[in-house]
Design a protein around this ligand. Structure first.
Ligand code: NAP
Length: 258
């Protein structure tokens, strides 16, 4: 039995859709007071309404994590509405595909700007509030793509996701002095609106390559994030947990036969 995180102030970037919404749902279900972050006003408004339907405290703020001033607005809004930040889930990310031979400066800047620089800016802006909490927790959403695997079209994406883990290791050392832990969840293929855009064929092919024979759910990423936020995980920092149904394990397709 883990100690409850009820009442903790939780910020989830990219909490308006997909994995972030699943993380927000899990934290809200555990009694967290949650602020979700996204850029699209309609999507964020309806997500906050949906997530608070059962009586949970969930609100939203519009911000682009690739912009420093927006990240400071996230922290200021959390201070105003939640009285601070105990848990930051830096999850916002994009994954537009581009073959390496055709990748433009804009493609690279967009993906690294949101996924890597955006992670750093969000953590930086929330640091004072996390330190004031006395039990600050940062949970990054990285990926198996980059740190462990590769996929054509995602060279820039993989670099951004592996880059988050490079950031994590030094951040863990620096933040330890303030009692803040920082860890990352590495999802495999998770059923989301974003992944749906890649088509039925992609999802079916992926499921066939996963030992547990299905894609993951957004809540299954939320549960791993929630573990890092519990008091019982207080001595874990700078670490990663893969949540992928065993996808990275098979040595070859033959390992999945029979
Ligand atoms: P998604 O369904 O497309 O949702 C992305 C979320 O991030 C949305 O809430 C989006 O809202 C927000 N967002 C995107 N850019 C933003 C920005 N610049 N500033 C603020 N918010 C922004 O994607 P997802 O699949 O849930 O992915 C979420 C995270 O999980 C990403 O970091 C991704 O790399 C990682 N991941 C996903 C999978 C998977 O299978 N789905 C696997 C491994 C890792 P707005 O568009 O309104 O801003």
């Amino acid at each position: 039995m883990f100690t409850s995180i009820a009442g903790r102030a939780v910020v989830v970037t990219g909490g308006s859709r997909g994995i972030g919404k699943g993380i927000a749902r899990v934290f809200a279900g555990a009694g967290g007071r949650v602020l979700i972050v996204g850029r699209d006003a309609d999507v964020a408004t309806s997500a906050a309404a949906d997530l608070s339907a059962g009586g949970a405290e969930v609100s939203h703020v519009l911000a682009d994590v690739s912009r420093r001033e927006d990240c400071h607005r996230i922290a200021a809004t959390a201070a105003e509405r939640l009285g601070g930040i105990d848990v930051l889930c830096a999850n916002a990310g994009i994954f537009p595909a581009a073959p390496l031979a055709e990748m433009t400066d804009q493609d690279i800047d967009e993906v690294l700007g949101t996924n890597l620089k955006g992670t750093i800016l969000t953590v930086q802006a929330c640091l004072p509030a996390l330190a004031a909490s006395g039990r600050g927790r940062v949970i990054l959403t990285s990926s198996i793509t980059g740190p462990i695997t590769g996929f054509p079209g995602w060279a820039h994406y993989g670099a951004s996701k592996a880059g988050q883990l490079g950031f994590l290791k030094t951040a863990a050392i620096e933040l330890a002095a303030s009692g803040i832990t920082i860890n990352a969840v590495l999802p495999g293929n998770i059923v989301t609106e974003g992944l749906d855009e890649l088509g039925e064929g992609y999802n079916a092919q992926m499921a066939a390559s996963i030992p547990l024979r299905r894609l993951g759910t957004v809540e299954e990423i939320g549960y791993a994030a929630l573990f890092f936020a519990t008091d019982e995980a207080r001595y874990i920092t700078g670490q990663t947990i893969v949540v992928d149904g065993g996808q990275v394990l098979p040595e070859s397709l033959a390992a999945l036969e029979g």
